[in-house]
Write a protein that binds this ligand. Sequence first.
Ligand code: FAD
Length: 595
Amino acid sequence: MDTKYSVIVIGAGHAGCEAALACARMGLKTLVITLNIDSIARMPCNPAVGGIAKGQMVREIDAMGGEMAWNTDHAGLQFKILNSSRGPAVWSPRAQCDKQLYSILMAKTLENTQNLDILQSEATALIVKNGKVCGVKILTGETIETDAAVVTTGTFLRGTIHLGKFFFNGGRFNEREAAHLSKSLIEDCGIKLGRFKTTTTPRINSNSIDYSKMTVQPGDENPRPFSHFTEVEPWRKNLKQLPCWLTYTNPQTHKIVGDNLALSSIPISSGESKSPRYCPAIEEKIERYPEKTSHHIFVEPEGYNTNEIYLNGLYTGLPFDLQQQMINSIAGLEKAKVIRYAYAIEYDYSSPLQITKALATKNVPNLFLGGQINGTTGYEEAASQGFIAGVNAGLYVKGQDPLILARNESYIGILIDDITTKGMDEPYRMFTSRAEYRLSIRNDNADLRLMDTGRAIGLISDAAYKKFELYRQAVTDIYEANTDSLPTDLQLTPWSIEKAKEEVYIHKKYEGYIEIQDKIAHKVKKNQDRKIPDDFDYDKLESLSAETKSRLSQVRPQTIGQASRIHAIKPSDIAILTVYLEKQRKEKKNAKQTN
Ligand SMILES: Cc1cc2nc3c(=O)[nH]c(=O)nc-3n(C[C@H](O)[C@H](O)[C@H](O)COP(=O)(O)OP(=O)(O)OC[C@H]3O[C@@H](n4cnc5c(N)ncnc54)[C@H](O)[C@@H]3O)c2cc1C
């Protein structure tokens, strides 16, 4: 290790790995400091990548030269396109991964990357002089100089682990917390920190499961890789997919949970640190939806070389004995043996209202934050921000303008725009409903949207970009029915003529709808100052969710612009409100004219 770097990245989770790789691949001397090099890119919750809206983000990172998609292709044990029975605009790739392999492969990539050094230590303070970070202090007292820093500390800052009412310090189970850096962020960088909480599920031994009582959930027959750069056929040939399974909770499970809510570490309707509404613990589901007598539990393998099984849907903060009882009440799990109990983790996060759209802190311009520290939850959300934070740290050092993605070109742009303008009062995760341009920012066209950006930053190689340009031309030619001199698949690999044809098919299918989508988005933008009557009755808008109605009724925004800035109000909600107000205005005008 040297004593001076262009960029220091703190943390080698999903955000830190993308940040460090991006900087090093941009040619900058980069150091990544992490508490434990055996847990690089660890998946402490479900070892799955992608899913609704998240899959699109992974494809976007890949199109710009990031790592997550490639790593997933080589560590995945089951691949599925979610929503495949619906239109291609909402197709979302998802892969169940071998969690150890995922971590090992990412660590190996980091180790083999030029310009990148790795150091196992704890970053304890940021040295700030004249308003800029100039060094990072580590646990043993040394200071390493730097021109920019990226903080991606995940769930570790002053982390507390909760098991029922029992709690102790820790960043994840069996990993210690980062005890010191919060103080420096507050005192040296002027950053205010809040507390969030998230939970995981118990893991059980596969040998103790009766799969005959469950429904098998196989992977896709013709799986598709995540990465634009993975060659499909050889990859498919080598892939050995494992099945997942489906079972359900039942009234007995709900009784065990319902009778013991007071013993849970999850704050049900209390003022304690908030957990993600969209990844709720079973306690929260049972409280929120008392009418439901059963919930899905997906039974998912965690790797090729382990019997550990993840119970997706059974997030809980209940104590050990109740977790065991709850599991044994479920069909197929009557004799299930727990290997790891579920726990909740509480940690410091920084409100992203304190960072710019380049993910730089407003107080210290060469300090960037990415991942769970910004109040988000999820590997993909973390990797997306880590990538952008890393790229922007690199661009800062090079004296170039930052990369800021627009809402109409990417989910990553939406994520960053949402969190930096609205903030959050609970952990943020991505959904397709947050995207007003979702018909045009699909998983199939991530390369067409973003590969030029990756190329401009210097993260797409000459060879790959040449193939991509050939492919893009083929798409245009097929669209214009100019198919006399299309390239061969050999010239295009890893792209193909089949893929180009599919792209044109999807584009044509949505062309008309995209026009309408863009018009509505334009109308919403134009109507930012439109007044909302003080006594407006949001219950009249049946297509709004109960949560949206309640938030709007509570805040009572005076204009459309104000409504759109309320946390958790989605662009689709604003479109509904705008169209309704416009209709009301026309009706009133017509009524006046008739009178
Ligand atoms: C118990 C638990 C439950 C979860 N449940 C869910 C869930 O239900 N749904 C969901 O989407 N996500 C869940 N997650 C969150 C998911 O793990 C994160 O969203 C994701 O890993 C965040 O990535 P990150 O890179 O920001 O941080 P992490 O993956 O947490 O990585 C942080 C890295 O920073 C390092 N580090 C921290 N502080 C320092 C320091 N001072 N010096 C050096 N290194 C440091 C750590 O060693 C680690 O490598 C859960 C996480 C945990 C722990």
